[in-house]
Design a protein around this ligand. Sequence first.
Ligand code: GLC
Length: 481
Amino acid sequence: MKVLFAASEAVPFVKTGGLADVIGSLPKELAKQGIDVRVILPKYEDIPARFTEQMETVASFTLQMGWRSLYCGIQKLEHDGIAFYFVDNEFYFRRKGCYGYGDDAERFAFYCRAVLDALPHIDYMPDLLHCHDWQAGMIPVLYRAHFSHQPLYSHLKTIVTIHNLKYQGVFGKEQFQDFFALGEEHLHGYALEMHGGASFLKGGLLYSDYITTVSPTYAEEIQTPYYGEHLDGLLRSQNGRLQGILNGIDYEEFDPMTDPHLEFNYRDSYAKKQANKLKLQERLGLPVDKDVPLIALVTRLVDQKGLALIDRMIAELMALDAQWVVLGTGEPRFEELFRWAAGMFPDKLSAQILFDEALARQIYAGSDLFLMPSLFEPCGIGQLIAMRYRSVPIVRETGGLRDTVTPYDETTGEGTGFSFTNYNAHDMLFTIERAVRLYREPGVWTNLMNNIKKKDFSWRRSAQQYADLYRQLAVASEVGQ
Ligand code: GLC
């Protein structure tokens, strides 16, 4: 079984969000299940030289994008046993960052086109194209419109995975006609049309053979108007071929026993975890005190992450007998909120408005509680890393947060974290207050640590589910369905 992942980012090459973690780790686990998985990414300028220096060019050809004849190079690099291909065109991709340019539609149209055009040139013909998020969303559309009738391609199946329904790649219809050579029949309301324009992701959802998203709860939620981002009707109509498969994390990459960024490595030793906490408090300039609970936020500072609830309650939160550390960058209003709080309450909150992987690991290890009050959360990776580092999650019960954190029950001693249901600032505050109170109650943390330790959030089980799905689709293709 051969599966080609098409995605716009992957650790360790380039990352703006959780998608990169998934693309960097799931293939390794699928390979263990005997699947020949490879990955194809755009070759951005930001990919570190230590990787680009090792890439070899395996193909170069001219592709046709509407009326344009364009150069396309394919370079290859093996990393951790997985083959990565990179789509090379300096005009489109030799720029800082991944997204946010006025011609993003054209850039990712080129990428989608390049993935399909590359297949006969790279000595690897997959059975399945697994497309991630809107940037790869037009691959199934191009496939149906221009490739499926060619003998070389006719066996291919396509899957689209939604990592975040909010980002859909909506652009003017004329761009779709131009870049993809699509006729009107592909652009009406029952096809790609969206808000008067057309959508990469909607195209992927409609023209693929199967749709997955990154948790079972999110798969349900996106079929409702509240979470559906105007695609809930479409998703309801397609729900026979829609499934939520929970993300895992790379258990070798995220392991407090071997993590080189930590002062004291540990797994189940609470004393060593506490030693990391004291180090962290010292580094952050917070009062060094093992008895005060340290609450962490490691996140992109964007609306999705529920920061409006924190903004609303900042005075009450600072009045709690707890310490806070915030790590991340994002919207100026949230960066300012935390800078302000750190200035007002220097003994209570440390604002690290930056991204630093080493510090992130020290925070997972040194914190007692990890807050994710998300407005919505397709899966969420922070809470999984937090639990691996024995930091107890406080979450809103949405998407993957609901599927991975079980609320602590004081009567039975069961549960792995704390949670609240409604997107409401007081509900969040009361939940945090309860966590802070229980932190000081004997026995509770021992229970929580024991319960968390029994959970497995590695990729093993989810990779199995993907492998089963691939096999079902491949069988369907053999019997000509
Ligand atoms: C997006 C989602 C996040 C998910 C990640 C990987 O970043 O917002 O919830 O964990 O994709 O699938």
